[in-house]
Ligand binder design. Structure first.
Ligand SMILES: Nc1nc2c(ncn2[C@@H]2O[C@H](COP(=O)(O)OP(=O)(O)OP(=O)(O)O)[C@@H](O)[C@H]2O)c(=O)[nH]1
Ligand SMILES: [Mg+2]
Length: 589
C-alpha cells in the first residue's frame, strides 16, 4: 500500500505553511478598501471571503489534518438537501419543510467518537456550537449519530440561491469550509444559474465535489442525467461523481426509502473507511483553496494599490489648489496689488500727496522735513492705515481661500471616490471654513504686531532720535507694511506709478531713520513673517481635506505586504509539490 498523499511532507514544512497562511490572513485583514472605486465592492467581498476561508477552514484544517472529512450538503432551496441528510443518517436530524427556505441554521451530524473534532475552536469558529434545533444563522447545531461513519461528518446547509441574503452568505461560508461538497440539485432546477456559479468556482478551486440529481421522475432520469453529465463535463467537473435519486414518496418522518440513497451512502462509507482516499480528498480541496487564495490575493493587492494611488491623486489636487493660493497671496501682497483703494487712500492721507511725490527724486532732504511736518502728531491716521491694511489683507486671504476650496472640491467631484468623501465630510468643503474670517483677522493683526515689534526692536537705540520720535513706532510700522506690499513692484522709475511712488515715500522715510541696509532686512523679515502666517492659515484649510484622506488609514506598504505574503505561501506550496513529486517518482521506479 502506498503512503497517503500528504499536503506537506513533514511537520516542519506544515508549521512553515501555517505561519505563512497566518501572515497572509493578517495582511488581508490589514488591507483597507474604503474608497469608492469601480469594482471595489467585488474586491471587498473577495477580501472578506478570503479571511473567512482562512479562519473557517484552511488554517484550522491544516492544524488538524487528521480531523474527519467534512461533507457539506449544498444547493438550491427545496432541492431536498435536508431530506437527503435525514435519509442518509436514517433519522430526522434536520428539519425538512414545505416553507421555502426551510433550513436557516446549519446542522452538522458526526459520529459520537468524532465529537472532539468539531469544538468551538475548530472549523467555522464564529458559529456558536449548540445541541438543540435552532433557526439562529450564527449557530451550528451538532448532532452525534452512530449511523454516520467515523471519520466523515455531514453538514446540512441553507440554500445557495436564497431569497434571504443571510442564508446565501452562510451557505457560501459553509461550502468554503467543506472538504467535500455534496451538491444537490433537482430535475426541475438543475439548469439554474446560481448553483452553476458555485460549481464553476468549485471547479476553479479544485474543490472535491459530488453531485446529487434529486427528485428526478423515473421517466426523466435518462434525459436529465445525460444533459447534466454533459454540463458537468463542459465545466471541468467530469471527474465528479454524479448520483441520481428518483422522486419517490417520503415517510411520515420525512425520510426517503433507504434504497433511494444506498449509492450515496455506500460511496460516503467507503470514503470514510479508506484513510488514503479521505486524505486525498482533503488534500485536493485544501490545496485548491490555498492556490486560489494566493491568486486572489494579487487582485486584492491591485485594488489596495489603486486605493493608494487614488488617495495620492486626491492629495495632489488639494495640494495644488492650496499651493496656488499661497503663491497667489504671496504675489499679491508684494507686487503693489494691495496698495490701492482704501490702503492707498489712508496712506496718502497719512503722508500727504502731490507736492511730496513730485519732489521725491531731487529734493529728498526737503521732503523729509516736509514729511516730518506732515505726519507729526497724526497717530490716528497711522491707525487708519493699519485698519485698511488689515481689511485689505483679510479680503485677499479669504478670496484665495475660497477659490482654493472651490478648485479642490471641483477636482474631487470629478472622481467617484472624491465625491463620496465630500458627501461624507459633514461640512461644505467647497467653501472656506466658516471661522476663517475670524482666524484671518487675528493672523493679520498678529502680523502687524510682528512688524511693530521689529520696528520697536530695530529702533531701540534710536528711540530718542528726533526722527524716530517724529514718525513714531506706528508710523514707521505702517511705512514698513507699505514697503512690503510693493516689494516686487519696482520702487523707482515712471512705471512705479502711484502705488510705487507711495511705497517710495515709505522707503525714504524708513531709510531716514534706520538706513537702507536695515530697511532691506526689515522688509524681508516682515514679508517672511506674513508668508508664514498665511501658510499656517491655509494649511488649516487644506487639512480639512487631507485629514479626510488620512482618516482612511491607507498604508502604501500594504499592497506589497499582500504580494509578499502570497508569494511566501506559493513558494512553500511549490516546495511541497516537488517533495510530493519526488516521493511519487520513488514509488514508480
Ligand atoms: N416526494 C418527495 N418529496 C421530497 C423529496 N425530497 C424532498 N422532498 C420534499 O420537498 C420539500 C423540501 O425538501 P427539503 O429537504 O426541506 O429541501 P431543502 O433543500 O433542505 O430546502 P431548504 O432547506 O429550503 O434549502 C419537503 O417538503 C420534502 O419533504 C423526494 O425525493 N420526494
Ligand atoms: Mg433544508
Amino acid at each position: 500500500m502506498t503512503s497517503p498523499p500528504m499536503l506537506v511532507p513533514d511537520s516542519g514544512a506544515n508549521t512553515q505553511m501555517l505561519t505563512a497562511l497566518v501572515r497572509l490572513r493578517g495582511s488581508l485583514q490589514a488591507a483597507r478598501l474604503p474608497l469608492d472605486i469601480p469594482g471595489v465592492a467585488e474586491q471587498r467581498t473577495a477580501q472578506q471571503e478570503m479571511v473567512d476561508q482562512l479562519e473557517d477552514y484552511v488554517i484550522p484544517r491544516l492544524m488538524t489534518i487528521d480531523a474527519p472529512l467534512l461533507t457539506v450538503v449544498g444547493g438550491s432551496t427545496g432541492a431536498g438537501k435536508s431530506t437527503l441528510v435525514n435519509s442518509l443518517v436514517g433519522r430526522k436530524v434536520t428539519e425538512p419543510g414545505v416553507l421555502r427556505p426551510t433550513t436557516r441554521s446549519p446542522v452538522l451530524v458526526h459520529h459520537p467518537a468524532d465529537a472532539a473534532w468539531f469544538g468551538q475552536d475548530r472549523l467555522l469558529p464564529d458559529l456558536e456550537r449548540v445541541t438543540h434545533a435552532t433557526v439562529d444563522p450564527d449557530a451550528l447545531q451538532l448532532v452525534a449519530s452512530e449511523t454516520v461513519p467515523a471519520g466523515l461528518a455531514i453538514l446540512d446547509a441553507p440554500d445557495v440561491d436564497s431569497v434571504e441574503e443571510r442564508n446565501r452568505t452562510l451557505a457560501g461560508q459553509l461550502l468554503a469550509a467543506a472538504d467535500l461538497w455534496l451538491f444537490v440539485t433537482s430535475a426541475a432546477r438543475y439548469a439554474d444559474q446560481v448553483p452553476w456559479d458555485y460549481l464553476r468556482r468549485a471547479a476553479e478551486r479544485s474543490t472535491a465535489v459530488a453531485i446529487v440529481l434529486d427528485r428526478t421522475p423515473a421517466d426523466a432520469v435518462h434525459t436529465v442525467s445525460t444533459h447534466l453529465a454533459r454540463m458537468l463535463a463542459s465545466r471541468g467537473l467530469k471527474d465528479s461523481p454524479l448520483f441520481i435519486v428518483t422522486e419517490g414518496p417520503v415517510s411520515a418522518d420525512g425520510l426517503l426509502a433507504p434504497e433511494a440513497v444506498t449509492d450515496i451512502r455506500g460511496w460516503l462509507e467507503s470514503l470514510a473507511e479508506d484513510s488514503d482516499a479521505r486524505a486525498a480528498v482533503v488534500k485536493q480541496t485544501l490545496e485548491g483553496a490555498i492556490r486560489t487564495l494566493t491568486r486572489r490575493t494579487h487582485s486584492v493587492a491591485d485594488s489596495t494599490a489603486e486605493q493608494v494611488s487614488v488617495v495620492e491623486r486626491l492629495r495632489g489636487d488639494v495640494d495644488k489648489a492650496y499651493d496656488e493660493a499661497v503663491t497667489a497671496i504671496s504675489t499679491a501682497s508684494a507686487d503693489g496689488t494691495l496698495l490701492r483703494g482704501e490702503v492707498l487712500a489712508r496712506w496718502q492721507e497719512f503722508v500727504g500727496t502731490g507736492e511730496l511725490l513730485k519732489t521725491l527724486e531731487h529734493r529728498v532732504g526737503w521732503m523729509r522735513d516736509k514729511l516730518v511736518a506732515a505726519i507729526k502728531g497724526k497717530p490716528q491716521q497711522a491707525e487708519r492705515v493699519t485698519v485698511a491694511v488689515e481689511s485689505g489683507l483679510e479680503t485677499l486671504i479669504l478670496e484665495h481661500a475660497e477659490a482654493a476650496a472651490e478648485r479642490a472640491a471641483g477636482s474631487w467631484q470629478s472622481l467617484t471616490a472624491g465625491r463620496t468623501l465630500l458627501g461624507d465630510a459633514g461640512e461644505d468643503l467647497g467653501r472656506a471654513s466658516r471661522d476663517l474670517r475670524r482666524r484671518a483677522e487675528r493672523s493679520v493683526r498678529d502680523w502687524q504686531q510682528d512688524v511693530l515689534e521689529m520696528v520697536r526692536t530695530e529702533g531701540a537705540d534710536k528711540r530718542t532720535s528726533a526722527r524716530f520720535l517724529a514718525y513714531g513706532v506706528n508710523g514707521l510700522s505702517v511705512a514698513l507694511m507699505v514697503v512690503v506690499f510693493a516689494h516686487t513692484a519696482g520702487l523707482t522709475g515712471a512705471e512705479a506709478g502711484i502705488a510705487g511712488g507711495s511705497a517710495v515715500l515709505g522707503q525714504k522715510l524708513l531709510e531716514a531713520v534706520f538706513g537702507d541696509q536695515a530697511v532691506r532686512s526689515l522688509a524681508e523679515r516682515s514679508r517672511i513673517a506674513l508668508e508664514e502666517r498665511v501658510r499656517t492659515l491655509l494649511d488649516a484649510e487644506r487639512a480639512r481635506y487631507l485629514d479626510l484622506l488620512d482618516s482612511l488609514g491607507l498604508d502604501a506598504e500594504v499592497p506589497e505586504q499582500l504580494r509578499d505574503a502570497s508569494r511566501r505561501v506559493d513558494d512553500l506550496r511549490f516546495a511541497a509539490q516537488q517533495a510530493d513529486d519526488h516521493r511519487t517518482d520513488g514509488h514508480v521506479s
